[in-house]
Design a protein around this ligand. Structure first.
Ligand code: T46
Length: 131
């Protein structure tokens, strides 16, 4: 299994619910950056890269989408829907996101600041780096 999920414990009561994301507790690294992905148009494929070093956790806050994970040997599709589990995106995992519902919101927590030099955007180069 390439997909590693983190179960996120829901707190609250009949008044409503809350999920806390805590660095080095349920999120297994210090968080340097958070961003969210929304308003993705129909038919769009996002991601299509791997990171050399970055660790990330993705949580689907609303709607749904599909994530493809590929470690250079095997590939796996994961359905993202529901805010009670996070998907751990480790370094050197090629990932693509697609089949977004119009209301999909993906929250991503990362252990590094935005750094374009950490991206591998060429799939052949990624496969070679995996050898
Ligand atoms: C990833 C997947 C899951 C910034 O200015 N700062 C940022 O922190 C990020 C992440 C992006 N940007 C800019 C760069 C582009 O102009 O926002 C625009 C969209 O970024 P990108 O095309 O890289 O978005 P995705 O959805 O393809 O990929 C993103 C992350 O970049 C990536 O690290 O793992 O989500």
């Amino acid at each position: 299994m390439l997909a590693k999920f983190i179960e996120l414990e829901r707190r609250g009561d009949e008044l409503g619910w809350l999920i806390a994301l805590e660095a080095e507790r349920n999120i297994p690294f210090p968080i340097r950056r958070a961003y969210y992905i929304f308003g993705t148009l129909p038919g769009v494929r996002r991601g299509r890269h791997a990171h050399f070093k970055l660790r990330q956790v993705m949580v689907c806050l609303a709607g749904r989408c599909t994530v493809l994970l590929d470690d250079g040997r095997t590939a796996e599709e994961v359905e993202m829907a529901g805010n009670e589990r996070g998907l751990l995106l480790e370094p050197m995992i090629w990932h693509e996101m697609y089949d977004f519902s119009p209301d999909c919101v993906l929250l991503v927590l990362a252990d590094g600041w935005y750094d374009t030099s950490d991206y591998i955007r060429d799939y052949a180069a990624f496969r070679k780096a995996c050898e």
